[in-house]
Design a protein. Structure first.
Length: 456
């Protein structure tokens, strides 16, 4: 395996479907556990900050990584899914490693992958491999902290093999998503997410539904872990948003910051930043370093996250890109959108991943969109370079839901790239692209070109 493309081809050959998730979930940890054992347990040699949740975990992971880096630490960051490049899953100091370094390091773990592929545990998955690679790379690079976002759930996620008591666990907002696999109530889903809590951990979560807090608190007590609940109005105050930033006040223990300016846009991003700042404060006490608040302010003003409320301004119209993909995220996104653009009707480009086939879930998202839509363009995507083979839900299903909502101003356009090219040229109100991170991923190279051409 001599080139970066060879490595990608090898990784893609391990993409599967989600049939494993329909079997005994506990078996899902057997393969990655054995793979990490073959690599001499790199995850146990790292200071890990572990993020699970339904909404906001990606943004929170990026923010934690950036905050730690601002304090002079070397930080590994693993997020999923990736939007633009597979190396988003193994960043060092919020930057991609080079293709050369990726290739050289990946070659070192291939013998272990091949051994597990021949073992009784069966073939390693795409996600197993990339999480093992991230842990191995972070250990090899001697990072000070490894920030790991769960891929799916928490309890049986491949990231959940860092078991040391020094881990800091962050649980973001819990919502109803992936119900086929994680359960159909807030409590059941919270149980899966709270599975990342290990013995003696410090835990951060945002104040949310009582049933969710009850589950997290119970797990914390079982594991003799310490839980910190961040609250709007107490820890996070005076949140305002605009087209360029979010501003808020923050207080947790001895960390007091007024008029914090956050590059990420949205009321929900103030909550994510609050959780990230709390994790930083806990880490500073746990690992005995003093927080440089001037550096905190600087980094929050410039940290961005791909596919999260990005605004591109062109001569013809503004384009808003956000990967909201469940009713909870869509409600939060639309709330911020209409605050920034009051009394506005939008053109929406939407698509949802095919496994979101519960009508209630789709209806929940479209109910947020339709009152603010001038026109909805329903498009498609197919991705074969992620953890599973992702494709868009059938147009007929969306058409059925839109009809039930008595919304008639919609058009089907299968080719999302040509659709975007056409709509960008039209003068009008803001164009909103949303519904799936995989839709955003399929368009992101085109979106980046627009950003380079027009963003100021």
């Amino acid at each position: 395996m001599k080139t970066y493309q060879d490595c990608l081809k090898y990784i893609y050959s391990h993409i599967s479907d989600r049939k494993d998730l329909k079997r005994d979930l506990e078996l899902l940890l057997v393969r990655p556990k054995y793979l990490l054992k073959l690599l001499n347990h790199p995850q146990e040699k790292l200071r890990v900050i572990h993020i699970a949740g339904t909404s906001g975990k990606g943004s929170t992971a990026y923010l934690i990584s950036a905050l730690l880096q601002s304090q002079g630490f070397n930080v590994g960051l693993s997020v999923s899914p990736h939007i633009n490049d597979i190396r988003e899953r193994c960043q060092i100091n919020n930057k991609y490693i080079s293709e050369k370094e990726f290739t050289q390091t990946f070659q070192e773990i291939i013998p272990a992958i091949e051994k597990i592929n021949r073992s009784q545990y069966g073939r390693a998955s795409y996600f197993n491999i990339l999480i093992a690679f991230a842990f191995f790379l972070f250990w090899k690079k001697k990072v000070d902290f490894a920030v790991m976002e769960t891929g799916f759930g928490g309890l049986y996620d491949s990231t959940n093999l860092a078991n040391n008591s020094g881990k800091i666990a962050v649980i973001t907002k819990i919502g109803l998503d992936h119900q086929r696999y994680l359960g159909n109530t807030y409590s059941k889903i919270a149980f899966q997410k709270a599975g990342i809590i290990q013995q003696g951990n410090n835990i951060v979560t945002i104040d949310q539904k009582e049933s969710v807090i009850k589950v997290i608190n119970k797990k914390a007590q079982e594991k003799k872990a310490k839980l910190f609940i961040i609250k709007q109005g107490t820890n996070i105050k005076n949140v305002t948003i605009g087209q360029n930033q979010t501003q808020f006040d923050f207080q947790f223990q001895n960390l007091n910051l007024s008029s914090v300016k956050l590059r990420l846009i949205g009321y929900h991003q103030a909550e994510n930043a609050g959780e990230a700042l709390t994790a930083l404060a806990i880490a500073s006490r746990q690992y005995k370093f003093k927080i440089q608040t001037n550096k905190v302010r600087e980094v929050l003003k410039k940290t961005t996250v791909p596919g999260r409320f990005e605004i591109i301004r062109t001569n013809n119209r503004s384009i808003v890109v956000d990967g909201a993909h469940n009713p909870q995220k869509m409600k939060t996104f639309i709330r911020s959108l209409i605050n920034i653009y009051p009394n506005t009707k939008f053109d929406f480009v939407i698509s949802f991943v095919a496994n979101k086939d519960q009508i209630d879930t789709i209806k929940g998202m479209l109910k947020q969109i339709t009152p603010h839509a001038k026109h909805i363009y329903v498009t498609e995507f197919t991705l074969i370079s992620q953890d599973n083979k992702h494709r868009a839900i059938a147009f007929s299903r969306l058409q059925n839901v839109l009809s039930r909502l008595h919304f008639r101003q919609y058009t089907q356009v299968k080719n999302n790239s040509s659709l975007l090219t056409k709509l960008v040229k039209q003068k009008g109100n803001p164009l909103v692209i949303t519904g799936s991170l995989y839709l955003i991923s399929s368009l992101y190279k085109q979106i980046q070109k627009l950003k380079k051409s027009w963003t100021f």
